[in-house]
Design a protein around this ligand. Structure first.
Ligand SMILES: Cc1cc2nc3c(=O)[nH]c(=O)nc-3n(C[C@H](O)[C@H](O)[C@H](O)COP(=O)(O)OP(=O)(O)OC[C@H]3O[C@@H](n4cnc5c(N)ncnc54)[C@H](O)[C@@H]3O)c2cc1C
Ligand code: SF4
Length: 479
């Protein structure tokens, strides 16, 4: 064992410095500063190099965390980068936005023993950001391009990871996306203060420079059917994510100034990218000088409240029907929102939206937690006669997402889906019921995480390659 490790007894946990609340509320930039080299080395040296590393077990990509921490502690950053990128197509993105408290860091043994976790996410980000700065990250150079081509529908993390892996194996890859920019929710969902857009753009540029073709503003179902794409390619991956916003079925829901979360976040992200957004410029989708109420308790709700703070809302309140301990959103993001002045109304649910044309008030019902439901979580129960009213000029619904009707949209009614509308795949081959058509990411799992989308994209690439090799073998045998 290197004498550089196991320093957790003497060195305390330290995250990269967080910008002050006053400063970070003034802009949309990321809130954590960079680790300096000395700090990254020091923090990596806290790792206890467990024989069975639970951090690795609980990382969906099974990143070889103890080894890249050791290399970082020893100052061997280029090797650390090689190792980190061998299991992850976007380590600097995961380092920024994975809910580490629920994944790697939450399962770190020294965290469990009360010393405070190794700051795995920050080191992962540091290693790969350094690799970008030093020019160690280069486009893929395909020595001998294969004849076979794969069409990928969706340029989110699942589609991008799959495309990159297939390109490394020499396949021709075309990625189709209905948005004008690649990146999926990395670009139009997740706000800058968690993930600045240049970080995503340099990744997608790298893929373009690697010979992957991107067809933007191309909506499958409108510009082409699934069958038409199947004619063009030897295999297809569907990685379209989930976008149908869940609604609340209560009185007043159709009043003006009540918006789905993605409308609000997309407008804000587009403004950050320098686009003209009429509804924002007209003040409609801008929270400035408004009393904002956000309904929901997941990551999307946290992104909405913190965006509203930065747009200089008068007040930002978040209604969630369970309590803080039972929120689905990352605990770290809830703390950041509290620091930034968001008022959380736990155990509270909207009962009615009130107003003439535009929303003016929200009637709120108080809840308590009852018996666990089928998912094991305690069920919120209404407390009778507990209603009260809140002033509101803008309400944002962040209640989660369901899949769109993909078979109908793609004019492919025989594509198999689950009872939740997600695409059904064979879990071993990742193939749908249609031969040569695979699926990955949120459209298979339901709304999930970036790191799972990357994992699925990588797994799909392995299965697609197997499928294509098998077709080749059959052709060779027939010849
Ligand atoms: C607001 C918000 C915040 C989040 N924050 C986090 C976070 O902090 N950490 C985290 O790990 N996860 C977070 N997530 C979840 C994460 O973003 C998703 O799990 C992940 O992006 C899913 O990847 P995907 O590739 O499956 O789909 P997506 O990223 O949704 O990409 C799908 C792509 O498919 C395209 N598409 C859809 N239909 C068609 C069609 N018919 N034709 C062509 N293209 C099509 C879309 O335009 C899109 O670009 C967040 C999600 C949201 C909504
Ligand atoms: S990918 Fe996510 S879960 Fe895995 S090591 Fe990195 S931050 Fe942790």
């Amino acid at each position: 064992m290197s004498d550089k490790m196991l320093k957790f007894v003497n060195i305390d946990l330290q995250n990269p410095p967080k910008r002050s609340v006053g400063e970070r509320k003034q802009d949309f930039n990321e809130i954590y500063s960079e680790f300096i080299n000395k700090k990254a080395k020091e923090q990596s040296s806290r790792c206890s190099q467990c024989g069975v590393p639970f951090c690795q077990v609980h990382c969906p990509l099974h990143n070889n965390i103890p080894d890249w921490l050791k290399l970082t502690a020893e100052g061997r950053l280029e090797e650390a980068h090689e190792l980190a990128q061998s299991t992850n197509n976007m380590p600097e993105i995961c380092g920024r936005i994975c809910p580490q408290d629920r994944l790697c860091e939450g399962n770190c043994v020294i965290e469990q023993s009360g010393h405070g976790t190794v700051t795995i996410g920050s080191v992962e980000k540091y290693i790969t950001d350094t690799a970008w700065t030093k020019g160690w990250i280069k486009p893929i150079r395909v020595k001998k391009e294969k004849d076979q081509s794969v069409g990928i529908i969706g340029a989110g993390p699942a589609g991008l990871a799959c495309g990159e892996e297939l390109r490394k194996s020499g396949f021709k890859v075309t990625i189709y996306d209905r948005y004008d920019r690649p990146g999926g929710l990395l670009i139009y969902g997740i706000p800058n203060f968690k993930l600045e857009k240049f970080v995503v753009e340099r990744r997608t540029k790298l893929l373009k420079d690697s010979g992957i073709k991107f067809k933007q503003n191309f909506e499958v179902g409108k510009q082409a059917t699934l069958d038409e794409l199947k004619e063009k390619h030897d295999a297809i991956l569907i990685a379209t994510g989930v976008y149908k916003a869940r609604n609340v079925d209560i009185e007043g829901v159709n009043l003006k100034n009540i918006f789905p979360a993605m409308d609000f976040l997309t407008a804000s992200n587009r403004k950050g990218l320098g686009d003209q957004v009429k509804l924002f410029d007209d003040g409609i989708l801008n929270a400035q000088n408004k009393k904002v109420v956000v309904v929901g308790g997941g990551d999307t709700a946290m992104d909405c409240v913190r965006t509203a703070v930065r747009q200089k809302a008068i007040s930002v309140k978040c209604l969630y029907r369970r309590d803080r301990d039972n929120m689905p959103g990352s605990a770290r993001e809830v703390s950041n929102a509290v620091e930034e002045g968001v008022e959380f109304l736990w155990l509270s649910s909207p009962n009615k939206f009130i107003g003439k044309q535009k929303v003016e008030e929200v009637e709120v019902t108080k809840m308590k937690l009852g018996e666990p439901d089928e998912s094991g979580r305690k069920k919120p129960v209404i407390i009778k006669n507990s209603n009260y009213k809140l002033d509101a000029d803008m309400v944002i619904k962040a209640l989660g997402f369901d899949p769109e009707d993909i078979p109908k949209l793609f004019n492919s009614e025989n594509l198999g889906i689950s009872r939740w509308g997600t695409i059904k795949i064979d879990l071993k081959t990742m193939q749908t019921n249609l031969p040569g058509v695979f699926a990955a990411g949120d459209i298979v799992r339901g709304a999930s995480l970036v790191v799972w989308a990357i994992r699925d994209g990588r797994d799909a690439a392995v299965q697609i390659e197997k499928y294509l090799n098998n077709i080749n073998t059959k052709k060779e045998q027939a010849a």
